[in-house]
Design a protein around this ligand. Structure first.
Ligand code: FA5
Length: 362
């Protein structure tokens, strides 16, 4: 707008101020960016704006008019500044919010968690077994997988010509000058090593891998796991063995399981027995799982043979003891209802995933 060429009158000035106020408020309201607000400010209050012209002309007015117009000028300026600053604040907040929105991370989505592993069913069962025996006061020991004939056979009352040696298809090692070395066929050699290492009372369990040159079937593997138990003290009887196995198998497989001992032969125990547990599916009635028998075999057991006590220098007149050896691949099968032992070895994720989160609770 052109500058007034002659001194303005006060009415005209007031009119200009009202018009500029209305125009200014409109421009501010229409500003959609911070740059629009800057532009509006320059147009309304800038040096060359009609508002500034009125301001500059104030000096030409009479004193009375100058006071009136001056006051109105202040009001209009304040109103416009307020509107400009309000709009600016609002637009800045909007910009901030949109920046935040662009940067937003949705924490409600599940993160990409690395897959966590879980215990293998065999490990779960091993921990459970060890835990049960530790609570009964047993010590846990481990032994060598490479054994010698003395510990694996001779000291266990299995002389070289004994048929039990050939029954366990032994894998011998090809170490020059050491023809006696073999992969242990059972955990029983640890009975000997434990007794060689100290005097009674002895209460130990020994979990570990054993090896036999056997065909793979649904129930048999050439590498499998046993847990040996040995208790030697004064006055130990067969009743202690039965009670201990009952406590153990019930804690592992369920309190309503029944246990029975079937006469059996192992050269290192007398009497010897096969420990059986009532079938967890049919509870003894006979079903597919137990092949109609009602019972599932869980391991060998018996009273430590006096010849074994003598072989390690214990006095069989003073001490008696019991021993047992359970195959815990088969116990894991019973515990989890696994139909085929090979599943424990195949590392098939579809199988293993079923044990994720399995707590070791005893
Ligand atoms: C023995 O090995 C004796 N040492 C057990 C023993 C210890 C008896 C102490 C007396 C006193 P046996 O060969 O029966 O026994 O094996 C014991 C258990 O190992 C079996 O009951 C079975 O559960 C498991 N087992 C045996 N062979 C295999 C195999 N090929 N695959 C998986 N488990 C097996």
């Amino acid at each position: 707008m052109a500058a007034p060429s002659s001194p303005i009158d006060s009415e005209q000035a007031l009119h200009t101020l009202d018009r500029e106020l209305a125009r200014g408020l409109e421009m501010v309201a229409a500003a959609s960016t911070l740059a629009d607000v800057e532009q509006a400010e320059a147009a309304i209050l800038g040096r060359r704006s009609p508002f500034s012209e009125v301001q500059r002309a104030l000096g030409d007015l009479s004193e009375e008019s100058r006071r009136r117009v001056g006051q109105r000028t202040n009001e209009v300026r304040n109103q416009l500044r307020e509107a400009l600053s309000g709009r600016r604040t609002a637009l800045e907040a909007e910009r901030e919010a949109s920046l935040l929105e662009a940067d937003r991370i949705d924490v409600t989505l599940p993160g990409r968690r690395p897959r966590s592993g879980s215990l293998h069913p065999l490990t779960i069962v091993q921990y459970e077994i060890v835990d049960i025996f530790m609570r009964m006061g047993y010590r846990v020991v481990e032994g060598p997988e490479v054994e010698d004939e003395w510990h694996n056979f001779d000291a266990l009352n299995i002389p070289p010509d004994h048929p039990a040696r050939t029954l366990m298809d032994t894998i011998y090692l090809d170490v020059p000058g050491r023809p006696e070395l073999l992969l242990r066929t059972h955990t029983s050699p640890m009975q000997i090593r434990t007794m060689e290492a100290g005097q009674p009372p002895v209460y130990v369990v020994v979990p570990g891998r054993v090896f036999r040159n056997e065909e793979v079937t649904a129930k048999n593997m050439p590498v499998f796991h046993q847990v040996e138990g040995l208790a030697v003290d004064e006055g130990i009887t067969l009743a202690d063995l039965k009670g201990t196995l009952e406590t153990f198998l019930r804690a592992l497989l369920g309190q309503d399981r029944r246990i029975r001992l079937i006469p059996s032969f192992f050269p290192f125990v007398e009497p010897g027995a096969q420990a059986e547990v009532s079938c967890f599916v049919c509870d003894g009635a006979g079903c597919k799982t137990c092949a109609g028998v009602g019972w599932l075999e869980s391991g060998g057991a018996g009273m430590v043979h006096p010849a074994v006590l003598e072989a390690v220098g214990y006095d069989p007149e003073r001490y008696t003891g019991f021993a047992f050896g359970m195959g815990y691949d088969r116990l894991a099968m019973i515990r989890f209802g696994i139909p085929d032992i090979r599943l424990l070895w195949e590392s098939d994720m579809r199988f293993l995933e079923q044990f994720e989160g399995s707590a070791v609770t005893v």
